[in-house]
Design a protein around this ligand. Sequence first.
Ligand code: NAD
Ligand code: MG
Length: 389
Amino acid sequence: MTVKKKRLTILGSTGSIGVSALDVVAQHPSRFEVVALGAGSNAEVLARQIEQFHPRRVCLQSEEAAKKLKGLLPRNGVEILCGAEGMKELARTKEADSVVSAIVGAAGMEPTVAAIEAGKQICLANKETLVTAGQFVTAKVKEHGVELLPVDSEHSAIFQALQGNDIAKVRRLILTASGGPFRTWTKAQIEKATPEQALKHPNWSMGRKITIDSAGLMNKGLEVIEARWLFGLGPEKIDVYIHPQSIVHSMVEYEDSSVMAQLSVPDMKLPIAYAIAYPERVPSGLAFLTVDKMRELTFESVDHEKFPALGLAFEALRQSGSMPTVLNAANEVAVDAFLAGKIGFYGIPDVCAKVMGRHKAETLRSLAHVREADAWARECAEGLVGGKN
Ligand code: NAD
Ligand code: MG
């Protein structure tokens, strides 16, 4: 039997998730086809991806990068778009069945919304989309009757552990976190951590922003908010355990005291493959789990003293409305400032806490209101870190 190929658009194709997604596609040429690719500014990598995967159209963030790409592909008939409007247009590409949303940061939200409005299935890696505008994004998903499938490994694990079960019988979602490079450091050591040290994640190879988010557990905080919108459960039903081996990707506890978990070696190709092939399972190319890898699986509680960012995210979720939008935007500015050497590692949660403290959570009225709250928080955070990065 010949299966109809699934046609994919990948937003953020030159990033860590984008490259892994293309790797999965390359493993299954009879199952998937790439119709559109979008990226930030890396024209060289995009040019190579175009030669390998033959999308019909592509988009880069700036006109300059798009020009450079044109120069690299003199005789290729691919349509080249650019800018934020171009990215939304790309996300709506008629031929695509599904959009892998893997741009980093709140910049990924508008193209993801454009894809939902165009009726595309969404494979969501860009957690900031749900953190910044969860209420509207999930409402749009309902309105347009599209599927929203998690790519984030914790949410994929939960989604898998929920299969065949009733969400109403869930007592708790337990997100696991590796604890990052500073798990065993003292507060005084973390205080002095350099960007280079924070960028050395023990288990996962990822983009720079999420790697810094992971080092301070802000990533887990953003994931708690993401879980709230994906699964419709409030903060009182979401817990976080530290699990340094990153083999158990998350768990669901049910009313009958059962706990369902999903395990694998840590590699994003598995949750990506699960999302893009859903509801089928296809080989992901990962190594299989051996008893050696499973000999030691340990769990610890979070040290909130050492990692205040997680508590900030829970607080933002409890206050809800515009507060998660504000936390997300402040965090993006603070992470950039830390990477630029303008603030120390604890400057990140400090800036977030200060910006949250200056904001009163409001009920979000529209996507325009989301943009407004995001812009206000960025400006406020930029003031605190000493100007725009
Ligand atoms: P990355 O920095 O490696 O890649 C980001 C991609 O987005 C690149 O292609 C970049 O060119 C593009 N991009 C950046 N800014 C853009 C803009 N304004 N407009 C258009 N394109 C832009 O990041 P990543 O690690 O691949 O993460 C992508 C998203 O997936 C993030 O939201 C992250 O939280 C989430 N995620 C990543 C992982 C992982 O293992 N890397 C795991 C779970 C979730
Ligand atoms: Mg994750």
